[in-house]
Design a protein around this ligand. Sequence first.
Ligand SMILES: Cc1cc2nc3c(=O)[nH]c(=O)nc-3n(C[C@H](O)[C@H](O)[C@H](O)COP(=O)(O)OP(=O)(O)OC[C@H]3O[C@@H](n4cnc5c(N)ncnc54)[C@H](O)[C@@H]3O)c2cc1C
Length: 393
Amino acid sequence: MQHIPILVIGGGIGGMATALALAKAGFPAHIVEQAPAFGEIGAGIQLAPNALSVLDGLGVLPALDAVAVRPRNLVFMHADTGRHLTTVDLGTPFQRRYGRPYTVLHRGDLLNVLLQACRADERVTLETGRQVVEITDLDTSAEVHFADGDSYRTDALIGADGLWSRTRRLLSEDRPITDTYVAYRGALPMSDMTAPVEPDDEIVWIGPHKHLVQYPIRRGELYNQVAVFRSSRYTPERELTDTWGLADELDEHFALSCEHVRTSIATVNRDRRWVMYDRAPLDNWTRGRITLLGDAAHPMVQYLAQGACQAIEDAGCLAHAMREHDGDVDKAFAAYQAERIPRTSRVQRVARGWGQVWHDDGDVIPALRDRIFGRRRPDDYTDMDWLYQPVAS
Ligand SMILES: Cc1cc2nc3c(=O)[nH]c(=O)nc-3n(C[C@H](O)[C@H](O)[C@H](O)COP(=O)(O)OP(=O)(O)OC[C@H]3O[C@@H](n4cnc5c(N)ncnc54)[C@H](O)[C@@H]3O)c2cc1C
């Protein structure tokens, strides 16, 4: 059986950032990915300063800057009335406060930048078409078994295998929980947008049980749209079927929205729907030489746009812990989870709450929200400090 010192399961954003961070800290890392090729879906992703500071340390910011967009403002609008709710200035005062810009880009571009950086570092090795079907904890090592019958033994196993993580099953019997919202998303050429576009802004249209997020990506050549709504046809029995949250419901939910939103919804990609899931925070991610990272450790609903940002923070923290403890895996994993679990648990919880603030249809929460939104200045970042202030590593 082949021996691999550090093995990462999953070549998504979390796994790729982790292998790169470990390599930069002096530790060779091997990634196994089940898909036949590394790739991401054709939609956008937002990266906040807390993630960018880690990516800066990995030396990939120039490559990201070449394909990304730095929005000037984050604008909240009411999806139904079309009323302006609040604007967050993402320009100079934001960048002065957090040391990095707010950045949006195509997911494929982000993964590609990480992949190229991994390939350029001889300490990172990568394999695709390698599906892990079984993991054995041997206390001072771990074994992974692949669908093709092959096996590896490793001194340190990092499960970055996403929302439906197989690695997590060694630590918990929990399963993903849906808030019964679904998303439709995708990017289209800027010139195909029929609704007027603010090319320098990210716009979030919020309303009862729905929202629409819009922003430019790939140097402004593409426009990314994410439309999200709570399906009224969800039942627990139907959860794993495709009989609810379908495209006709998308149109129904936005039928009474303002004209801009309705026009935009007509151009939202309907090829595939994503069910929104998270899980409750765990109080332990580690068993022997096995630990969790990214969505495998702390899946969250996307309303704070932090799932990948937190995975990138995990990567920086784990590599730092390995360096601090001279490669002692037991100590490094303990230090890693001691630092990361409190922070990611808070982000998971706040993400749920933030979604409720966007989607509430009662008399109280929207009224309070709109009043607070209406009173804040565009350069008032007080409520964002806990999230965007880079964490030390
Ligand atoms: C609608 C939506 C919008 C979002 N927007 C944002 C945003 O703007 N900003 C942000 O920070 N986050 C955002 N997120 C969250 C973000 O997409 C995730 O948190 C992030 O992609 C998680 O990365 P990961 O590497 O942990 O997991 P994944 O991306 O799921 O990667 C896991 C990898 O492991 C592989 N794998 C799984 N099982 C096995 C196995 N058994 N063997 C081998 N390989 C395996 C998979 O094929 C996959 O490549 C959003 C999420 C959604 C749903």
